[in-house]
Design a protein around this ligand. Structure first.
Ligand code: ADE
Ligand code: ZN
Length: 333
């Protein structure tokens, strides 16, 4: 008989909320800083780990953008992505949809094509390791609408590699409405859309993401529970929430895992998955997120199967690929 831990480790999983820059582990950060001659505030892995104490989203983002400064060349983006894929494969993640933040790099003079090529080549090689993937380009919401339009224009020659656009960075004060015109153009160009909303922002951010940005999924979305009408809409349309439990604890969205509202989302009839967000910063990849959530919320095997099914069903895979993986999950003991 499988213990619940064995069950979690072997369960086929689908990750829908992973920032590739957030998978930059301290050892790779130090290695790339040396290789690229970048001055870092930190001199050791311990110093980096000590800096990872966050009070809220912004205190994390300040450190996260600084860390990304070591990424300079195509091979750096390749190595970063390959390191994530190896960890994902070890956690039995079968399909992953990865965010990247081009503006974090283009604003430092790194060409857009360098970033996309490095990530894309690793994702192609990932197929041979047994993991499929999609790439989602996020706009940084603390930057201007004009800057987002410029970034969208750069993506137009990479439609074969980028399937959707998203919205991340500092949420409060930067509502989805700020990017309505950019997302409208992205949709016209054939990109799917997603957006971070309701992580720190109130439910109005989720309403705007649905109504103005026409998103296929909401990233985080945990604050939807404050608005009954919104919950009814999310249930009716089965809009999936890409929930990130360890991230929510690290960024103080919830005090402790036992206070996390994932189970309440499911009880309300919503579709919601478990994801790692920025695993190098928040203490774990997919299996660690599943294990911590199972323990904090006493999740059953049925709950764990449901979260995996919700994620595969909400992915941008084809209907036949979804069916293939959902059958595997349903029959998984
Ligand atoms: N960028 C990386 N991680 C993020 C998060 N959890 N929320 C918003 N922006 C992010
Ligand atoms: Zn995120």
């Amino acid at each position: 008989m499988n213990t619940i831990h064995e069950f979690i480790k072997k369960l086929p999983k689908c990750e829908l909320h992973l920032h590739i820059e957030g998978s930059l582990e301290p050892d790779l950060m130090l290695k790339l800083a040396k290789r690229n001659d970048v001055e870092l505030k930190y001199k050791s892995i311990e110093e980096i780990q000590q800096a990872y104490q966050f009070d809220n989203l912004q205190s994390f983002l300040d450190i996260y953008y600084e860390g990304a400064g070591v990424l300079q060349k195509e091979e750096d983006f390749y190595e970063l992505t390959m390191a994530y894929l190896e960890r994902a494969v070890a956690d039995n993640v079968k399909h992953t949809e990865i965010f990247f933040d081009p503006q974090t790099h283009t604003d430092r003079g790194i060409p857009f094509d360098v970033v996309v090529s490095g990530i894309h080549k690793a994702l192609q090689d990932g197929k041979e390791m047994g993991i499929s993937s999609k790439l989602i380009m996020c706009f940084l919401r603390h930057l201007s609408e004009d800057a987002a339009f410029e970034t969208l224009n750069q993506a137009l020659t990479h439609k074969d590699k980028i399937c959707a656009v998203g919205l991340d960075s500092s949420e409060v004060g930067h509502p989805p409405s700020k990017f309505e015109r950019v997302f409208t153009k992205a949709l016209e160009e054939g990109f799917l859309t997603v957006a971070h909303a309701g992580e720190e922002g109130d439910p109005s951010y989720i309403w705007e993401a649905l109504d103005l940005l026409k998103v296929s999924r909401i990233d985080h979305g945990v604050r939807c529970l404050e608005d009954e009408v919104l919950v009814a809409r999310l249930k009716q349309e089965q809009v999936h929430l890409t929930v990130c439990p360890l991230s929510n604890i690290k960024l103080r969205v919830f005090d402790q895992m036992k206070d996390h509202k994932l189970k309440r989302l499911w009880d309300a009839g919503l579709s919601a998955g478990i994801n790692s967000d920025d695993p190098a910063y928040f203490g774990g990849y997919m299996n660690q997120n599943f294990l911590a959530t199972q323990e904090g919320l006493a999740l059953s095997k049925e709950d764990l199967r449901k979260t995996s099914l919700d994620a595969f069903n909400a992915s941008f895979l084809s209907e036949s690929e979804k069916r293939f993986w959902c059958d595997k999950v349903v029959s998984f003991e």
